[in-house]
Design a protein around this ligand. Structure first.
Ligand SMILES: *[C@@H]1O[C@H](CO)[C@@H](O)[C@H](O)[C@H]1NC(C)=O
Ligand SMILES: *[C@@H]1O[C@H](CO)[C@@H](O)[C@H](O)[C@H]1NC(C)=O
Length: 380
């Protein structure tokens, strides 16, 4: 590998001196000699200011009511023609028929392909590319479309700022098997090595997507692999989909990034890019935290009971404080001479009032804080 790496580096030096188009020939990886941090040396766009993936910080997203639910076109009418799936050394790619598309965007977009990103299991978190509030998923599905209203094909569209629309679906593990994913996973053993290809029975692509297509984040970004063109209108769904641990394990351990004739077998793992700076960009949300999150009656009851208990508790504490002040004041007063009594009694009386006021103000503050404002975490 080291020899190969050195060879690549030498080749790159040569190409840099001669002509630029060598970039397509560079065999990039996620770690190592032409790893993520080196990508921009060979693919300048990877060093741009609108790169993907990003961490979506929900408190910094902007609600945009014009973001309507997306409509997958023809995702479920797959017909009888099989799909082609191949291992490109970086992921498993499934080619999609051109009558599949996406509505609900400013232009009509035509489906091209979909692919996955994943981790390597074990204790290290990650596998998904986008994160929400710093939280990473176990894997991520990308469904890639090009703007077929403005451009003739994918290769032309992918270099244009309004050329692509990609759906990002975060995948996490749960107990149950997700049968839709077996339409892909069952055939991975046929493309274990890079450049291998297999025909798989057509299936309902929409079954891979979350049920809720109305709640998503939208931002302008890039391809998450070289050449990292900044041409993608991203849609990251808020709802995560679930697959079983066994399904994730299969995805993570079955493919090689090396070719069949390569004596050094390299597992295809951790094929996800680190999140990139958001810079000047704004991520828009199709939903607002306040109106979108309807509390269930159970939650409302819990909040009401909580607030009531809090009030009762505070009242008890205030009563206790007041009583204590009263008793201590009479203790103070006792040894003193009678004539001073009246004036000295007035003082603590005033203090009591003051203390009650002070104790009451934080109460009302605490009450407003207990208002059912949904935290961004409940959105996950
Ligand atoms: C894409 O369209 C452009 C412009 O019409 C054309 O030159 C190019 O050959 C097409 N590429 C593919 C892969 O079809
Ligand atoms: C993306 O960029 C285009 C063109 O600059 C702009 O009109 C659009 O509002 C941007 N979209 C988002 C989600 O930022």
């Amino acid at each position: 590998m080291d020899c190969l790496g050195l060879f690549i580096l030498l080749m790159l030096q040569c190409f840099q001196w001669t002509t630029a188009p060598a970039a397509e020939e560079v065999s990039w990886t996620y770690t190592g000699l032409v790893g993520q941090s080196e990508w921009s040396q060979y693919f300048p766009d990877c060093g741009g200011t609108s790169q993907s993936p990003v961490d979506v910080v929900t408190t910094q997203t902007k609600y945009d009511p014009s973001l309507i639910p997306l409509t997958p076109l023809g995702y479920s009418q797959h017909g009888n023609k099989p799909f082609t799936m191949y291992n490109n050394g970086h992921t498993a790619v499934i080619e999609l028929p051109d009558w599949m598309g996406l509505g609900g965007l400013p232009w009509l977009f035509t489906a091209v392909q979909m692919h996955l990103h994943w981790g390597s299991g074990g204790p290290s978190p990650g596998g998904g590319e986008h994160t929400i509030n710093g939280l990473s998923a176990d894997a991520e599905l990308h469904v890639v479309h090009y703007n077929s209203e403005l451009y003739p094909n994918m290769s032309t569209a992918m270099t244009q700022s309004d050329g692509l629309a990609v759906l990002g679906v975060l995948i996490v593990t749960a107990e149950e098997t997700n049968p839709a994913f077996n339409n892909i996973l069952n055939y991975l053993s046929r493309i274990r090595h890079a450049d291998q290809k297999v025909s798989i029975p057509a299936f309902d692509i929409q079954s891979l997507l979350p049920k809720d297509l109305g709640r998503y984040y939208r931002y302008n970004g890039s391809l998450t692999t070289p050449p990292c063109y900044q041409s993608v209108m991203w849609t990251l769904f808020n709802e995560r989909i679930q697959i079983s641990k066994a399904q994730l394990l299969k995805m993570e351990t079955i493919l090689y990034s090396s070719k069949a004739n390569d004596p050094d077998r390299m597992l295809l793992q951790d094929n996800y890019r680190a999140t990139q700076p958001i810079n000047h960009r704004v991520a828009f949300a199709s939903f607002s935290a306040e109106s979108g999150k309807a509390l269930s009656s159970g939650e409302v009851t819990a909040v009401v009971i909580g607030v009531m208990c809090g009030c009762v508790g505070l009242a008890v504490i205030i009563r206790f404080i007041v009583k204590t002040i009263r008793s201590t004041s009479s203790w103070d007063v006792l040894p003193s001479n009678r004539p001073a009594h009246m004036s000295r009694m007035k003082e603590p009386e005033k203090e009591k009032e003051k203390k009650q006021d002070m104790a009451l103000n934080p109460t009302s503050e605490a009450e407003t804080k207990e208002e059912p404002s949904p935290s961004p975490h409940t959105e996950l």
